[in-house]
Write a protein that binds this ligand. Structure first.
Ligand SMILES: [Zn+2]
Ligand SMILES: [Zn+2]
Length: 294
């Protein structure tokens, strides 16, 4: 029992079994968890390499181009680089991700433009029915070529908005101011223009507020409704819906325009808020005289 040889491991063999990574020179003792691979025909100490070290080394050789062939620096065997399934999946997902990233802005823009277009078509159809009457409007649109409708209906709000941007009140206001200067008796017909100064016509080229997009939009798109209401109120005996709405719209625009001219002129003559000094025509005349005596 006693002379039975004690199993002693051969130190030379032990040294041979010891694994050293040829990239980082670490052994099993240095890192017990890192996975090892034998990727080539090398024997001896350069046989083993850490999976992660080899991967890093190959990546460095390839410099991002995965088609570059890489060989073992010792034995010259070409490494066969197998992408794990997860890698292929990731590659695919990567491409999908990049594709979505590129395409999304266009899709979003398309959705927005499409929504605006269909809103304009709907608005145009509603306006047609509002202006010529529901039954007549439906009949009209059923008879029309669908292409004509798809192109024609969205132009209705566009023309309303363009029309709204024509600022004819400015021209009327300027015209009245010039007329008042040439024909002073007009001052008695138009009290708001009584205090018009000679120099003003040239200096008050800009009378209106700057164009306000939401105001133009709301004003333009509410015009057919207002025209219909005014038409029903004041022109009930018109021969058909179209005439009634057109009459209503025209009179609404004229009356509103004249009010605007008056309002702008009053603002121009007397910029002081009227709530601070509620002034009659007589007071204004006094103020005017006082200002010009100084
Ligand atoms: Zn290593
Ligand atoms: Zn090798």
């Amino acid at each position: 029992m006693a002379d039975e040889p004690h199993p002693v491991s051969n130190p030379v063999e032990d040294e041979e079994n010891k694994r050293y990574c040829w990239v980082c020179y670490a052994s099993d003792e240095d890192d017990e968890t890192a996975p090892w691979v034998k990727p080539c025909k090398c024997r001896g100490t350069t046989k083993w390499v850490h999976q992660s070290c080899l991967q890093r080394w190959v990546d460095e050789k390839q410099k991002g181009n995965s088609t570059v062939k890489v060989n073992c620096p010792q034995c010259g065997v070409e490494y066969f680089i197998a992408f794990p399934n997860m890698g292929q999946l990731m590659l695919f997902l990567d491409r999908v991700d990049a594709f979505i990233y590129k395409v999304c802005p266009f899709v979003a823009a398309g959705v927005v433009v499409g929504s605006i277009y269909w809103t304009a078509v709907t608005y145009g159809a509603i306006t047609v029915m509002q202006v010529v009457g529901y039954q007549e409007g439906m009949a009209l649109m059923e008879q029309a070529d669908p292409l004509v409708l798809l192109v024609g209906l969205p132009t209705i709000p566009i023309f309303l908005i363009l029309g709204k941007m024509v600022r004819w009140e400015d021209k009327v206001l300027r015209l009245i101011r010039m007329s008042v200067q040439r024909l002073p008796f007009l001052k008695y017909l138009l009290p708001a223009f009584r205090y018009e100064e000679l120099s003003d016509v040239s200096t008050t080229a800009v009378i209106s507020d700057p164009v306000n997009a939401t105001r133009v939009l709301c004003g333009a798109l509410s015009l057919p409704t207002l025209a219909t209401i005014v038409g029903r109120l004041f022109f009930p005996s018109a021969q058909d819906n179209l005439t009634r709405t057109l009459l209503g719209g025209a009179s609404f625009l004229v009356v509103k325009g004249l009010f605007k001219v008056y309002y702008k002129q009053q603002q121009h003559v007397e910029p002081v808020p009227t709530t601070l000094s509620p002034s009659s025509g007589f007071d204004m005349e006094q103020q005017y005289l006082q200002q010009h005596q100084q």
